[in-house]
Design a binder for this molecule. Structure first.
Ligand code: HEC
Ligand code: HEC
Length: 455
């Protein structure tokens, strides 16, 4: 993988560098085209053609704009090595591809259909919890936002794609998403569209490969960083930026609510995510995990990413989560702690979109999740009062980028109106007056102890 991608980058980089330096008249050192190494195995690096290192021109070729409040240069540098910002031309091409329905088999679905840039890069379906692809087919999972995805240690709810470039190749070929049959079909279709074949030719000197198409889309995604939330202004020293209720919510988030144990936050890791996988009991709503895991192991032939992609999106094995990737029983029903940035504008919630509002999310946590043998040890009953739940929700609504401020406001009003309908609320369990308590493990069936945990 590294080899072919390395070549791709070398060819992209050579073209970009030569073109840019020809224009700018800057001395060109060929060793600059070598790839920077990732600072850590966790941090994705720029796997895309790069703009030249800072130059003194008025017209920088890089697509990087000023970083928003909340996103530090150190974080950006972990995702995009300094001097290797994606080139503006490539980003523009990627943006066009991202929004183009012609990338799908029947010209009906673009990346942006499920990741709508005007809706926080998610799809906000009114009538269903999971996303709809070609011929209105629904997969098993809810579309997460693309905002800040560039900073994640892995992509998808189960982390099955290491980087944005790997990720972008999958939905185009998934039968219930964009429905193309093979990479060759995609390449042939794109090459027939003159605006694309011209653009790729001027960038690469040739028609694009499937890798090139994915790299262009990923280059666009690497410009989708998002901060500038009221909470960022509050942390930067403006006490008026958030309400008193939201301030109490922030304290609860780190304290009684126990949220920060998984939705970890600090200045250089500001996504509110530990980037790890936990079973918080969402999938336990519908599944007998042990039985499902046994069957899945029989089906997983090679565990290649394409097979996992189809199991995850098209079958009930979806609910096994991270287990499909690792085959480790500890990962059964475990999903990624998603970023909480822009959470106000990315309803519905969770990997299956099963929770409609942030009040439903709070009710789920308050009762300690849904008991199952693989429930994360960090899930406990919280005994939060209704006022404390309101404070936590108020806090969550302060994490939205100002560019979606109006939408955030409208969402808060919409969700507030739904507050009277609380399907997840179990106050007696939350307060420890009734069991199944989330913090008490499930007893094995002692008539047949071997039935538990043996795969
Ligand atoms: C039919 C709807 C649909 C289409 C079309 C679609 N996606 Fe997605 N996207 C999803 C869903 C659902 C997930 C979560 C799937 C999972 O985790 O198993 C997802 C996950 C992602 C993620 C991972 C984000 C994270 O937090 O882990 C990225 C990035 C992404 N999509 C980008 C794209 C790109 C780029 C395209 C176009 C090439 C695209 N998507 C097309 C529905 C869609
Ligand atoms: C044990 C780890 C853990 C703890 C503790 C935890 N979370 Fe989560 N959170 C997760 C995981 C994992 C997911 C995704 C689960 C899934 O989809 O199955 C998630 C999902 C969410 C989502 C939905 C994200 C989306 O994009 O749909 C919200 C909102 C959320 N958590 C808020 C909170 C709040 C508020 C608290 C504290 C009351 C909290 N979490 C405590 C791990 C945790």
């Amino acid at each position: 993988m590294q080899t072919s991608r390395g070549k791709l980058i070398a060819s992209f980089a050579a073209v970009t560098f030569v073109a840019a330096f020809a224009v700018l008249g800057v001395a060109f050192n060929s060793s600059d085209t070598s790839l920077p190494l990732a600072p850590s195995a966790q941090a994705p690096i720029a796997q895309v053609p790069v703009a030249p290192a800072p130059v003194t021109s008025d017209k920088p070729a890089s697509a990087k704009t000023a970083l928003p409040l909340g996103i530090l240069p150190q974080l950006y540098a972990l995702a995009v090595a300094p001097g290797h910002e994606p080139a503006a031309q490539l980003v523009a091409l990627g943006k066009k591809l991202f929004n183009d329905k012609r990338l799908s088999a029947d010209d009906t679905v673009a990346c942006a259909t499920c990741h709508d840039p005007t809706k926080g890069f998610t799809d906000h379906r009114g009538n269903s919890a999971t996303s709809a692809g070609v011929q209105d087919q629904h997969g098993q999972r809810n579309a997460p936002t693309v905002l800040n995805a560039m900073f994640q240690a892995s992509q998808f709810w189960d982390g099955r794609a290491p980087e944005l470039e790997d990720q972008a190749k999958l939905p185009i070929l998934n039968p219930v998403e964009m429905g193309q049959k093979t990479p060759d079909d995609v390449v042939a279709k794109v090459a027939k569209i003159p605006e694309y074949s011209d653009a790729f030719k001027s960038l690469l000197g040739r028609d694009p490969t499937y890798e090139d198409i994915a790299s262009a889309i990923a280059a666009f995604e690497r410009t989708q960083y998002s901060g500038n939330a009221p909470f960022d202004r509050f942390l930067a020293g403006d006490p008026q930026a958030v309400s008193e209720s939201a301030k109490r919510g922030w304290a609860l988030f780190q304290g009684k609510g126990r949220c920060s144990s998984c939705h970890a936050f600090n200045a250089v890791s500001p996504l509110f995510s530990d980037q790890k996988f936990h079973n918080i009991g969402i999938a336990a709503h519908k599944q007998n995990f042990a039985e499902l895991a046994r069957k899945a192991l029989a089906i997983l032939r090679t565990g290649d990413t394409k097979q996992i992609d189809e199991l995850a999106l098209q079958t009930s094995y979806s609910e096994l989560g991270r287990f499909l990737v690792t085959k480790n029983p500890a990962d059964i029903g475990a999903f990624k702690s998603e970023t909480l940035r822009n959470i106000g504008v990315t309803a519905p919630y969770m990997h299956d979109g099963s929770l409609a509002t942030l009040w439903d999310v709070m009710d789920h946590y308050n009762k300690g999740g849904v008991p199952n043998p693989y429930l994360d040890g960090g899930m406990q009953r919280l005994a939060l009062s209704e006022a404390e739940i309101d404070d936590l929700v108020a806090f969550l609504f302060t994490l939205t980028d100002d560019r979606f401020a109006d939408f955030n406001q409208a969402e808060m009003a919409r969700q507030t109106a739904l507050k009277t309908n609380r399907p997840q609320r179990e106050t007696e369990i939350a307060e420890g007056r009734k069991g199944d308590l989330g913090d008490i493990g499930v007893s094995p069936d002692l008539r047949n102890p071997a039935s538990i945990g043996a795969y």
